[in-house]
Design a protein around this ligand. Structure first.
Ligand code: BES
Ligand code: ZN
Ligand code: ZN
Length: 499
């Protein structure tokens, strides 16, 4: 991640490759822009009149040789209607302009975005959003492109300029938060973008172990340990794979000694071919992303421990491939889970809920204060919500409410689906306690109903990130590939819980 710092000072005084100024609808400059306009003996006004610059959101114009500045160029970035601007707008603007400058070879730049007014946002919120936009937007996963020269990064340092020196301390704290959050998100993206032949259950275990430090204890169970512990549902899904499974437990102790932890549980399918109920070929390669839930959990642990948040966390990840080896589990099989409940397998492609049954039951057994799970669980969730919101379900009203607040604040958004008792009918089995599919209707909900059988009475929120965990089109703040969905959401949630 490039170097970002905060500073207060006039645009005319900066000696950078570029000074970035916002331009509002109607060609209105913000405070620093107006000052520079004065200092430039009106050349800036001249440019504004001469060129076709509107101030529409996202439009950009680079001006060279603006009098009265020491900087090589002034970049105007259209910020649109200030009344409509939100923190997400600020993230997007920061990313757009940072990407453009990086491409055009600028090395050191200063950015006057936090002086824009945003309803309900503090200066710290704005600084955090700007830094997030830059760090998330500039993320790249290009380690396997060995021939591409243009991959070299030009941008080296960026200064986020704030209106008053008095706010420096708050701004620096916000920047530090953004740094930890983005290192968590980008770590999750890195793990998720790795191909399935590299990111195996063993690899995930090693990556988790790499996060350990004095407040963070990590235990990685191999197949023998998993057999001994009795995680039989995980073992059933693993039967078709030549690679060993892993069961990963993380314990972060930043809070009171005996305070019950928040449990974070992740689905870690490093590749999901569907098993014997094999998936169609089109886009099957995207099923390397079926471990994004576990990547989100690891990203959150990385961010939280870097921030040194005063909370206790328990992380539980079940990881395997879902393949079709000769020993693979089959439709019709009945599995006895770690908890003792039995599952009739009617479709081997509904494997996520099966391995999560052991992870959730283990988490619940540790008596956490609440459980949040992350899973690319159902195609039905993509149909329902697309890529704009993560599906939210569960029994914990307080945790769900908190996640909604954090979703709106971070724009890592969630949308709740109901879990009426009647839906439980759909997963009844004639031969076992439950079956692993619930018919065509309400697929995201019946999957959550299945999970609900394993969390006892612990307040629980389930995040179905099937539609949000990766994006092959890419967005302003997330290039093509894994997005790190869920990391900013839950770090913000935990931060609020600490206030
Ligand atoms: N990993 C998939 C869900 C998925 C599909 C996520 C597409 C993102 C994009 C999951 O294991 C799965 O295959 N679920 C099945 C369940 C069905 C058989 C009840 C699905 O959604 O089709
Ligand atoms: Zn599947
Ligand atoms: Zn899956």
């Amino acid at each position: 991640m490039i170097e970002i710092s905060v500073k207060a000072g006039a645009a005319a005084k900066q000696r950078d490759d570029a000074v970035i100024l916002p331009l509002l609808e109607g060609r209105k400059l913000s405070e620093s822009g107006k000052e520079l306009q004065q200092a430039s003996g009106k050349t800036l006004s001249g440019f504004l009149r001469k060129f076709d610059i509107s101030g529409n959101f996202g439009g950009m114009r680079t001006l060279y040789d603006v009098e009265g500045t020491f900087s090589q160029r002034v970049v105007l970035i259209g910020a649109g209607d200030e009344k409509k601007l939100r923190l997400e707008g600020l993230r997007r603007l920061a990313s757009k302009v940072a990407r453009r400058l990086d491409k055009s070879g600028a090395r050191d730049v200063s950015m006057y975005l936090p002086e824009l007014n945003i309803k309900g946002a503090s200066l710290a919120d704005k600084v955090q959003a700007v830094a997030e936009g830059v760090w998330l937007g500039l993320y790249r996963f290009d380690k396997y492109q060995t021939q591409k020269k243009e991959n070299k990064r030009a941008l080296r340092s960026l200064t986020v300029m704030i209106p008053s020196r008095r706010d420096l301390e708050a701004a620096e704290a916000a920047l530090a938060t953004a740094r930890s959050v983005c290192s968590g998100v980008n770590f999750a993206r890195d793990l998720s973008n790795e191909p399935g032949n590299v990111c195996t259950p063993e690899f995930l275990g090693d990556q988790a172990a790499g996060l350990a430090h004095n407040k963070l204890n990590v235990t990685v169970m191999d197949k023998a340990a998993i057999e001994k512990a009795g995680f039989t549902a995980l073992l059933a899904v693993n039967q078709g794979s030549a690679k060993e499974p892993r069961f990963i437990v993380l314990e972060y102790k930043g809070g009171e000694k005996d305070a019950a932890p928040v449990a974070l549980v992740g689905k870690g399918l490093t590749f999901d071919a569907g098993g014997i109920s094999i998936k169609p070929g089109a886009l099957m390669e995207e099923m390397k992303f079926d471990m994004c839930g576990s990547a989100a959990v690891l990203g959150i642990f990385k961010a939280v421990s870097e921030m040194n948040l005063p909370v206790n966390l328990l992380g539980v990840i079940a990881s395997t491939e879902n393949l079709l080896g000769s020993a693979a589990y089959k439709p019709g099989d009945v599995i006895t889970t770690y908890k003792g409940l039995t599952i009739e397998v009617q479709n081997t492609d509904a494997e996520g809920r099966i391995i999560l049954s052991d992870a959730l039951a283990y988490a619940a057994e540790q008596k956490p204060a609440e459980i949040i799970d992350f899973a690319t669980l159902t195609g039905a969730c993509v149909v329902a919500l697309g890529s704009q919101a993560t599906g939210l379900l569960g029994t914990g009203e307080k945790v769900k409410k908190g996640l909604k607040t954090s979703g709106d604040h971070t724009h890592d958004r969630v949308w709740e689906l109901p879990m009426y008792e009647e839906y439980q009918e759909q997963i009844k089995s004639h031969i076992a306690d439950i079956r692993n599919i619930g018919g065509r209707d309400a697929g995201t909900i019946t999957a959550a109903c299945f999970l609900s059988r394993f969390v006892d009475d612990i307040p629980w929120a389930h995040l179905d990130i099937a539609g949000t965990a990766w994006d092959m089109k890419g967005t302003d703040i997330s290039p093509k590939g894994a997005t790190g969905a869920g990391v900013r959401l839950v770090v913000d949630y935990l931060q609020r819980a600490c206030l």
